[in-house]
Design a protein around this ligand. Structure first.
Ligand code: AMP
Ligand code: MG
Length: 488
């Protein structure tokens, strides 16, 4: 039952919009007819100091649907550019999102799907319920896995029709992150020769999020090269986590790359089902630019775009090159570490890389289900009962040989797999496409229970959650027929 409240729930501090008119345009959210609550995330609410009473209030519903501005908030759409599928796309910007402001906790709040802005480029400024549910759950799932991501506070639906391939309805997602600044923000000002704004933006990002780069200003380094190196390192860690988790973003354009190394802008993302390193999750990417095994190299390419954009500030090409050169080694180290943990091992051993590569080749050749394999392996190491794992392979003897070889190596180095570590590293619940599809189908019938249940299990994906086996198993046959595209 909604309760009325008039107290200002959110207190703001100066943030991105204080950079000035060159960075975007004040843009009120469009109103959303007949808004209704679909879901909200209590943990994100708590992060913003919002209590349950407010989250259930009509003020919250109206404010987060875009119908009534929050006190002291001046919504703002920012301008950015970007490389889309390898090609410079020119001016993009928040075409369907507005920044409400930055809270005193240092979190930006953004409404996505809140209507047209000066950057809508002829599109409707809306987001559909289907993609908004996927993004809401994806933020939950990634955070639950410990992967840096923007967060989702609330999801509000509406009967407002929105035309995509077929008629759908609108939703507004409230997103939360310390910053939504993208590589594309820098690229935009660089492309326009606006070096003053470029510097202003870089200084803002350094001061707020990378203050250590200012200290590195001395010696033969400079703060902007330091920023580029720090972003390269964060990005490397992020992509290593994606690869280990089997996460595919689907649209790794530079306008979707967070300067903070967060997973940002969930569109046709997917978590790996049967392991296929060449898997392309985005139907709008027939050439596989953003295939699973391309992601690490694409992130490096995107960092090169950022490097080019920062060059007027860095000065020396060699310094920019040196800054992004940390990416491959940081990625390789972080990825290996992630994969060792999946095997229940914290330390390196000679042969770890080869052993992991051999396992992945086995998974690929049998198209073995990625999450189920890892979870079953974790259980099997805990119980010493390997049959459920072996059963996943057509060539069981090849798996036996791999395991025997691993165990021999570990014995030689006096190491053993730690099943507790494995169970905390290999989730039981993964947001596979068909799970989101269940939530979407039910939500279209005004039933939000599946969404709620998935939200709960994905918040704590390593826990057992007895009774929720239905969400933890192999995908059904119809999952193969689901296609994902940029349409959202
Ligand atoms: P995305 O592919 O969602 O990352 O979006 C790429 C660009 O297109 C961004 O500038 C978005 O703001 C813009 N965009 C995507 N969908 C819409 C829409 N329905 N209305 C207006 N702008 C959109
Ligand atoms: Mg985007």
């Amino acid at each position: 039952m909604p309760v009325a409240t008039s107290r200002a729930p959110i207190t703001w501090r100066q943030g991105f919009t204080s950079l000035g008119a060159a960075f975007g345009s004040p843009q009120p959210a469009a109103s959303l007819p007949d808004p209704c609550w679909i879901a909200h995330d209590r943990d994100v609410a708590a992060l913003l100091g919002l209590d349950e009473r407010w989250m259930n209030s009509d003020q919250a519903l109206q404010a987060l649907s875009g119908n009534a501005p929050l006190p002291e908030s001046i919504p703002f759409a920012s301008v950015y550019g970007g490389h889309q599928f390898g090609v410079w796309a020119g001016r993009l910007g928040d075409g369907r999102a507005v920044l409400l402001g930055e809270t005193t906790q240092g979190q930006e709040i953004q409404l996505k799907g809140s209507g047209r802005t000066p950057y809508s480029r002829g599109a409707d400024g809306r987001a559909v319920l289907r993609s908004s549910i996927r993004e809401f759950l994806a933020c939950t799932a990634m955070h639950g896995l410990g992967i840096p991501t923007t967060r989702a506070l609330a999801l509000i639906g509406s009967p407002l029709p929105v035309q995509r391939e077929e008629p759908e309805t609108a939703a507004v997602l409230t997103r939360v992150a310390p910053s939504f600044i993208r590589f594309g923000h820098f690229e935009w000002f660089a492309s326009q020769g606006q070096t003053t704004e470029l510097r202003q933006l870089a200084d803002y990002v350094i001061e707020r999020y990378y203050p250590e780069c200012r200290e590195a200003d001395s010696a033969n380094d400079n703060a902007y090269a330091g920023l580029l190196r720090a972003v390269s390192e964060r990005t490397a860690h992020l992509i290593a986590q994606w690869q280990a988790a089997g996460f595919m973003h689907g649209v790794m354009n530079t306008d979707n790359m967070s300067i903070l190394g967060l997973t940002l802008d969930y569109g046709p993302f997917q978590f790996m089902d049967g392991y296929d390193p060449r898997h392309i999750c985005n139907h709008s990417d027939p050439l596989g630019r953003y295939a699973y095994d391309e992601q690490p190299a694409v992130a490096h390419w995107n960092l090169a775009c950022l490097a080019r954009a920062l060059l007027p500030l860095i000065g020396e090409t060699a310094q920019a090159q040196a800054a992004i050169a940390v990416y491959p080694q940081t990625f390789n180290r972080a990825y290996l570490e992630q994969m060792r943990r999946k095997l229940g091992l914290q330390d390196a051993w000679e042969g770890d890389e080869a052993s992991i590569a051999a396992l992945l080749a086995l998974l690929a050749s049998g198209h073995v289900d990625y999450p189920v394999f890892w979870r079953r392996l974790s259980r099997a190491i805990a119980s010493d009962h390997m049959a459920p794992v072996r059963d996943l392979f057509v060539d069981r003897s090849a798996f036996d040989a791999w395991l025997l070889s691993l165990q021999k190596q570990l014995a030689q180095y006096g190491k053993a797999q730690n099943p507790d570590l494995m169970l905390k590293t290999n989730p039981r619940f993964v947001l596979r496409t068909h799970l989101a599809e269940h939530a979407i189908r039910d939500a279209k019938l005004q039933n939000f229970e599946t969404l709620q249940t998935l939200h709960e299990v994905l918040t704590h994906p390593y826990d057992e959650h007895p009774g929720q086996d239905a969400w933890a198993g192999l995908p059904p046959d119809w999952a193969d027929t689901l296609t994902l595209s940029c349409s959202s």
